[in-house]
Each structure stands twice: as structure tokens, then as C-alpha cells.
Ligand binder design. Structure first.
Ligand code: SAH
Length: 224
């Protein structure tokens, strides 16, 4: 899979994508991530990428030309499954969406700044708008990093044990059951004895029950 991230602050997104699982995924060739600085496509001699709002009002707007020429260039090179804009008024990101996006080959992710991008970019270039939650960030970079991470860990070969993404929360619409490791007793807090019993089918049943119990209590909406 290939993801092209369009931003005016590439340095903001480099670090979260260059460590741990994200780094391994790229080293193993499971994913290629390309960061593009929108500023390099500015049509202005001062390298500006924003301008005042028509109609007045506080806050700058990201200009149409640099973003359009960058997307045009990329689309001439290959075809993209989705051109995504990170935006607080987009579809709320969830695991089902990540699963779907992880099946694609090429994605563009556009990060906004200031008040956001000129609406004509959204109308004519963007095919999908995604929000990572009902709050406002200063820029789309952290949101793009969240989306890229959530997709990447689903790609075949990225996690050591491929089943481990399947047993995470939200797959099957259930939260994860509680987990424990050594020691079996700390202070007087004991690990549930069933987990030490070696009886795998009973352990699985216990985990399913706990997952259901936790989902009912914390996220009943997932069971609807
Ligand atoms: N004026 C906009 C907010 C702009 S915030 C509004 O009221 O809707 C600047 C940029 O940060 C946005 O263009 C978007 O790319 C990013 N952003 C902010 N909050 C976000 C969120 N919850 N999810 C995804 N991207 C977000």
C-alpha cells in the first residue's frame, strides 16, 4: 500500500510515522509513506499557501492552487482509491472504516491548517472526509498520523502475530477483555485463576464473556 500525505508541516508528522510498528511496516515494504510539502507548490513568490477569506472574518484559508497542482501531479503518476481530507466535520473514524481503507492500494491524505482549505478543493478533489473526533485540532497532521497508524497495523505482515489485530477492540464490535501478565499475585491482587488453569477452551469462554460484559458496560452502542 502507498499513502501520500499532503501538508504544510511535514516535520509534524515525521516522528509518529518513523518508529516502532510504523517503522517496521515501512522497512518490511508493507507500506510506503510519502510526505509532500504543499509549500513547494506555491504559486506565490513568497511561498504563501494561504490567503484571506472572501466575505471577511477571522482566520486564513489554504489556497486552492498549490493543493490542486500537487494532487494533479500525483494523479498523473498513478490512480488513487481515495483522496481524503482530514476534517472535524467529516465521517467519524472507526475500525470498520480502517478495515476498508486497509484494502486499498493508493491513498492521498490532505492535512488542513488555519480555518481549513478552500471549499472548491473539497468539492472537486476530495472523495472522502474523515474526522478523528468531535473536537478541533490545530492541523490535520496528527489526525493523518492517527489514520495512517490505524490502517498500517492492519496490513498483512505488519504485526508479528497476524491474529493480534483481529483480537483487538472493535473487531467483532467488541471491546477487548482484561489482560494480565506476571506476577500471578501483586500485593493481594490475584490474576483470575482461570487464566492460569491451562484449559484453553474455558479461557476462551471467559474472555468472550468478559469482552461482552465490558462492551455492555462501556460501549453499549457497539452492540446495537
Ligand atoms: N475551521 C474548521 C477547523 C479548522 S482546524 C472547522 O471549524 O471545522 C484546521 C485543520 O485541522 C482542519 O482543516 C483539519 O485538517 C484539521 N482538523 C482539526 N480537527 C480535526 C479533527 N477532529 N479530525 C480531523 N482533522 C481535524
Amino acid at each position: 500500500m502507498r499513502i501520500d500525505i499532503l501538508t504544510i508541516l511535514p516535520q509534524l508528522i515525521e516522528s509518529p510515522l518513523s518508529d516502532s510498528i510504523m517503522q517496521r511496516a515501512q522497512n518490511k515494504g508493507c507500506i510506503e509513506i510519502h510526505l509532500h510539502d504543499i509549500r513547494n507548490y506555491s504559486v506565490d513568490k513568497h511561498n504563501r499557501v494561504d490567503d484571506y477569506q472572501y466575505g471577511g472574518g477571522a482566520g486564513m484559508v489554504m489556497s486552492i492552487e498549490p493543493i490542486a497542482s500537487l494532487i494533479d501531479k500525483l494523479q498523473q503518476e498513478r490512480s488513487y482509491d481515495e483522496v481524503i481530507y482530514m476534517s472535524p466535520d467529516g465521517d467519524l473514524l472507526n475500525q470498520t472504516m480502517c478495515n476498508q481503507l486497509s484494502l486499498y492500494k493508493n491513498l492521498i491524505i490532505l492535512c488542513g491548517h488555519y480555518k481549513g482549505v478552500d471549499e472548491r478543493i473539497r468539492e472537486h478533489y476530495i472523495t472522502k472526509e474523515i474526522s478523528i473526533g468531535s473536537y478541533v485540532l490545530s492541523g490535520g497532521e496528527l489526525a493523518a498520523a492517527v489514520l495512517t497508524d490505524a490502517i498500517t497495523r492492519l496490513l498483512p505482515g505488519v504485526l508479528n502475530n497476524e491474529t493480534s489485530a483481529l483480537t483487538d477492540s472493535f473487531q467483532d464490535n467488541l471491546l477487548s477483555p482484561p489482560i494480565y501478565t506476571r506476577p500471578p499475585k501483586f500485593k493481594d491482587w490475584e490474576v483470575p485463576p482461570i487464566l492460569l488453569s491451562g484449559n484453553q477452551s474455558e479461557i476462551e469462554k471467559w474472555r468472550e464473556n468478559k469482552a461482552l460484559e465490558r462492551t455492555k458496560k462501556r460501549r453499549p452502542d457497539l452492540l446495537d
